[in-house]
Design a protein around this ligand. Structure first.
Ligand code: ZN
Length: 319
């Protein structure tokens, strides 16, 4: 597998303390570390006197207090939301009440692009993991509906002095947006591209075909820096994105090879391909494998044994 040149780790998250990363960008990290959120959610504050806040973050009192302190003396003009996972959007409603600024996003959870549908999970056979943002209703923020809808390419003209454009990047979720800041040639990549790990793509809302298309879309842009929600800035995006994309394509080829070798189920494939990965990550790995299988089945490269939609317990056969 192609190694991804992950950026240096965040060794001192400095929870609650705003850190100036560039002339127009500050970051405050929330204290919500999990195996999926790394050291926690990075909330970005863009601008100087008039600011935009990207992903206010999880409903934690400590983070709410930290944002109030970091925003003191500034005017919040826009609250930008990349997607509706519980580590990203829940404080958006509170910040809107506090500041009167509108929220901006693609739409509520579930809006956006799904390329290849899959069967829903049966929670009885597959108990939810409370840390995992992408598979269960519990960790999805279904309360969020943006005041201002931003679709792909829309300018967000709400903050004097900042030129912000929405970039629709479905795949991690169907409604995922990245936000470009022209003044610094920067892209705030949410969970689409992370600095420390690959992204969980978990059906039914996660969709690997859409995800790979969205990676190609970001790779085709010219950004000087990516600011992920989880992890440090990616300051050399081209080789990073190239490796990120290659890694997915290699994984897809390996999944296809497993089906051709007679490993018919998600669990069989995870056992082979993730043998050297910590077992607590196998569930997330299974979600990504299912998303690859759904893509391959949607493209007619493999088939669901007996027909029907792909699902977590489905047997897959070579096409
Ligand atoms: Zn997410």
């Amino acid at each position: 597998m192609t190694a991804i040149p992950f950026v240096p780790p965040i060794t001192e998250p400095g929870y609650g303390e705003p850190v100036q990363l560039s002339p127009l960008v500050r970051r405050v990290i929330a204290e919500n570390p999990t195996k999926y959120s790394y050291v926690g959610t990075g909330t970005y504050i863009l601008g100087d006197d008039n600011v935009a806040v990207i992903d206010p973050g999880p409903a934690l009192d400590s983070h709410r207090d930290a944002l109030l302190a970091a925003l003191h003396g500034r005017t919040v003009r826009a609250i930008l939301v990349t997607h509706c996972h519980s580590d990203h959007s829940p404080l958006a409603g509170w910040l809107r009440e506090e500041t009167g600024a509108p929220t901006v996003g693609f739409g509520p959870h579930g809006s956006g692009q799904h390329t290849h549908p899959v069967l829903p999970d049966d929670p009885e056979d597959d108990p939810p993991d409370p840390d995992e943002p992408a598979t269960t209703g519990e960790a999805i923020d279904t309360d969020f509906t943006p005041d201002v809808v931003a679709l792909d390419g829309d300018r967000v003209d709400l903050v004097p002095g900042l030129t912000i454009t929405a970039v629709h990047t479905p795949g991690h979720t169907a409604n995922h947006l990245c936000f470009a800041l022209a003044e610094e040639q920067a892209l705030f990549s949410g969970d689409h591209v992370m600095g420390w790990s690959t992204t969980v793509v978990s059906p039914p809302d996660g969709d690997m075909a859409a995800y790979i298309d969205s990676l190609r879309k970001v790779a085709g842009r010219i950004d000087a820096v990516l600011y992920p929600t989880h992890g440090n800035p990616v300051t050399d995006p081209a080789p990073f994105l190239d490796a990120y994309l290659q890694h997915r394509l290699e994984r897809e080829a390996a999944v296809l090879e497993q089906v051709r070798a007679g490993n018919a189920h998600v669990a069989d494939i995870v056992a082979v391909l993730y043998a050297d990965v910590r077992p607590e990550l196998h569930r997330a790995a299974g979600r990504s494998v299912l998303s690859h299988l759904a893509k391959l089945a949607g493209e007619g490269r493999i088939a669901v044994d007996g027909g029907g939609l792909p699902g977590p317990k489905t047997a897959f056969v070579p096409a």
